[in-house]
Design a protein around this ligand. Structure first.
Ligand code: AP5
Ligand code: MG
Length: 216
């Protein structure tokens, strides 16, 4: 049976960091909707141009565009064994669509780690985040510093700061999350797959909590 894990939680809580670790451990693809949008922006595609106008303001990209993009990603065979989903779904309409897509593989969402941390922690994490230009590996200037400042340990590529990590955009992203994404907590609780994870802990502790939830 394939294993599909959906990481749920506010901006900056550590979804990308934990998805990267879990994907490696479980040998499953890491599917980050935000990363796919940023890749499209970098390549200046039509989707990238449309997505950027929402992302730069901290708004969600409309459901139809986001769902079509994820559908395309799920059409590739590596998703048949399962996947770690990071940043998708983010609205009930996206979650309903995901259920349909997975049923096509005879699968379903098996676990939803719901990661939380206080808002001031999220802000501190986002303003200090540095991301690898080549592959999106994630660092933090204090909590997870690269060996050489400004250079990715893994790819050797330059690190950059996301332009939606400015304080005022972060505040708006958190509000959008509370309004549009929080309903998914109840959605997945109703399906019996939600696991509450304390994200205000060292990276390895957060991973251990997720691994224990997976074993249950
Ligand atoms: P997206 O890229 O998904 O951003 P996000 O949800 O706002 O989350 P982040 O990537 O900012 O945080 P994260 O939880 O991944 O934390 P990270 O591991 O990096 O989306 C961006 C935009 O794209 C959206 O605003 C929207 O416009 C659009 N979009 C994307 N998906 C969409 C969808 N489905 N529908 C519509 N629109 C969509 O960690 C943060 C920092 O903290 C790092 O520096 C890290 O090193 C550090 N850190 C991590 N864990 C710890 C720890 N335990 N202790 C200390 N530091 C830590
Ligand atoms: Mg992320």
């Amino acid at each position: 049976m394939p294993t599909y894990i959906v990481l749920l939680g506010p901006p900056g809580v550590g979804k990308g960091t934990q998805a990267g670790i879990l994907a490696k451990r479980l040998n499953l693809p890491h599917i980050s909707s935000g990363d796919i949008f940023r890749e499209n922006i970098k390549k200046d595609t039509e989707l990238g141009k449309l997505a950027q106008s929402y992302m730069s303001k901290g708004e969600l990209v409309p459901d139809d565009l986001t769902i079509a993009m994820i559908r395309e990603r799920f059409s590739r065979p590596d998703c048949e064994r399962g996947a770690i989903l990071d940043g998708f779904p983010r609205t009930p309409a996206q979650a309903d669509n995901l259920e349909n897509m997975l049923s096509g593989f005879g699968g379903k969402v098996n676990l939803v780690p719901f990661i939380t941390a206080p808002s001031e922690v999220l802000m501190e994490r986002l303003v200090g985040r540095w991301t690898c230009r080549a592959k999106g590996h994630i660092f933090h200037e204090r909590f997870n510093p690269p060996k050489a400042p400004g250079v990715c340990d893994i790819e050797g590529s330059p690190l950059f700061q996301r332009d939606d990590d400015k304080a005022e955009t972060v505040i708006h992203r958190i509000a959008v999350y509370q309004e549009q994404t929080m309903p998914l907590v109840q959605y997945y609780q109703n399906r019996g797959v939600l696991a509450e994870i304390n994200g205000y802990a060292p990276i390895e502790d957060v991973t251990s909590q997720m691994v224990s939830a997976l074993k249950k």
